[in-house]
Design a protein around this ligand. Structure first.
Ligand code: PEP
Length: 254
């Protein structure tokens, strides 16, 4: 399978933002994308409450729909949780797992992230597995070790380029306006690519896995960040909430 079967993925993570009125931003994004034909896949990951109505808005547009989290079980006594199968039922094709905010706010460990990614694959969803170092880990020179540990611990059996996307998100860059240098991004992504080989069945398969960069991606830095070797798209938080900003990032692929 040639690498272009998996084009870069620019995904917007709305986090705990948005009400029904926010669907206008999805409509505006659809309009901007009409005839634009970016060389990337585009995805929106709204909060659970907006997945169903957003699916109605997106219809058969080219914008894919993703969840922000899932439980590892198919069903059962897990109040407030959502199964990967439920996301698939609503038209999602992917789900973010292991976002640093879930690791911090909900104590999610690599083992839990692995179970969630396995659940995503069971349900036919792509797992967008988030990894990244804290500022203390970076300052201590442990960034690459942390990434190795998270890759080894968070990817389930059967992970491959078709069902797994890695989002490299330095925790200190998320929502702060700070970004690593392009050299730092290149070093991290090359390391992730190398480590993936052992997890996805070899270097050839690892070469096809999309590795997104995430952390304060904005229209004014997207082109530079997306041009770094081994960067295959972006996971975008704040700048995905407004169609104009999000499209400004997608423009890196026009
Ligand atoms: C994120 O939450 O995944 C993220 C990258 O956020 P932001 O773009 O706001 O830094």
């Amino acid at each position: 399978m040639p690498a272009h079967d998996f084009p870069p993925l620019v995904a917007g993570n709305w986090k705990m933002n948005g009400t029904l009125a926010s669907l206008d931003e999805a409509r505006a994004l659809m309009k901007k994308l009409q005839g634009a034909n970016p060389r990337c896949d585009v995805m929106l990951c709204p909060p659970f409450t907006l997945i169903h109505p957003m699916a109605g808005v997106l219809g058969d547009s080219t914008i894919a729909l993703g969840g922000q989290d899932c439980h590892w079980e198919r069903s059962g006594a897990h109040t407030g949780d959502i199964a990967a199968e439920m996301l698939a039922d609503l038209g999602c094709t992917a789900v973010i797992v292991g976002h640093s905010e879930r690791r911090t706010d909900h104590g999610e460990t690599d083992e839990i992230v692995k179970r969630k990614a396995a659940a995503a694959h069971r349900a036919g969803l792509v797992s967008i597995v988030c990894i990244g170092e804290t500022i203390d880990e970076r300052k201590a020179g442990k960034t690459l070790d942390v990434l190795s540990r998270q890759i080894a611990g968070s990817l389930p059996e059967g992970a491959n380029a078709a069902n797994t996307v890695i989002a490299y998100e330095p925790v200190w860059a998320i929502g702060t306006g700070l970004t690593p240098t392009t050299d730092e991004v290149a070093e991290a992504h090359a390391h992730i690519r190398k480590e993936l080989a052992a997890r996805v069945g070899g270097e050839e398969e690892a070469a096809r896995v999309r590795i997104q960069y995430g952390g304060s991606v904005k229209p004014n830095n997207a082109h530079e960040l997306m041009s770094v070797p081994n960067v295959d798209g972006a996971l975008v938080g704040g700048a995905s909430l407004k169609a104009a900003d999000f499209f400004g990032i997608i423009e890196a692929y026009l």
